[in-house]
Design a protein around this ligand. Structure first.
Ligand code: G3P
Length: 218
């Protein structure tokens, strides 16, 4: 499973990109406003840094506006994936963009039928928001499992991109349930590294060796 980072903040992206674990980036209009820098500037930085898919979302909700924005965004860089909302005009736009070879990510997906419609029009990615499903006491991972089954049964090539993570556990479950990608918030990527037994074990190993009087090999 690929790991994307879910932020528009170039500094956060750089931190984890330098570790070699980031395959791509997802952004949304809310995330873009949180950085506190001009949107155009941060997008250029991200595109120059990450050699992988970068989802940039349209703001329009009418077909003509979505198409105009999609063409503009796709022209920015070969790695741009146009993020389009899961609404009828969005699906109509994705059906045309697919034929033009423009990569798309259908966002704000909360049901298997929404995912099916996105796949039918050739979306490159579909983004079920697992955390927001869990937030209303439903089961986000069940949604991933159902979409996986539907796509496998129908032979759809659309990638399932598990989004809206709440904990690192969502990332493990997304991989177990067959998501193609999990996009992960920076704070949860940090948490994926950590385990108290790793820290305790490492401290003990070093302490034992240092106290033994043995000489290190190198
Ligand atoms: O990728 C979608 C994600 O940014 C939404 O996350 O936490 O706002 O539900 P959240």
């Amino acid at each position: 499973m690929k790991i994307f980072i879910d932020t528009a903040d170039p500094e956060e992206i750089r931190k984890y990109h330098d570790l070699g674990i980031i395959d791509g980036v997802t952004t949304n209009p809310t995330l873009a406003t949180k950085v506190g820098r001009p949107y155009k500037e941060i997008v250029q930085e991200i595109l120059a840094m990450v050699d992988g898919p970068v989802s940039l979302e349209v703001l329009g909700t009418a077909y003509d506006d979505i198409m105009r924005e999609a063409h503009g965004l796709a022209a920015l860089h070969k790695n741009v994936v146009v993020k389009v909302p899961m609404i009828p005009d969005g699906i109509k736009a994705v059906s045309h963009l697919s034929k033009e070879g423009i990569k798309t990510n259908v966002t704000l997906v909360f049901s298997p039928t929404q995912a099916l419609l996105a796949a039918k029009v050739g979306a490159t990615y579909v983004s079920p928001f697992v955390g927001r499903v869990d937030d209303i006491s439903a089961d986000g991972m069940e949604l991933i499992a159902e979409i996986r089954e539907i796509f496998d049964n129908g032979g759809y090539e659309t990638n399932i991109l598990s989004a809206s993570d709440r904990t690192p556990r969502h990332v493990a479950l997304a991989a177990m349930y067959g998501a193609d990608v999990a996009t992960v918030k920076p704070e949860n990527i940090g948490k994926m590294f950590r385990h108290p037994l790793t820290d305790i074990g490492l401290e003990q190993f070093i302490k034992d060796f240092m106290e033994s009087g043995q000489e290190a090999l190198v």
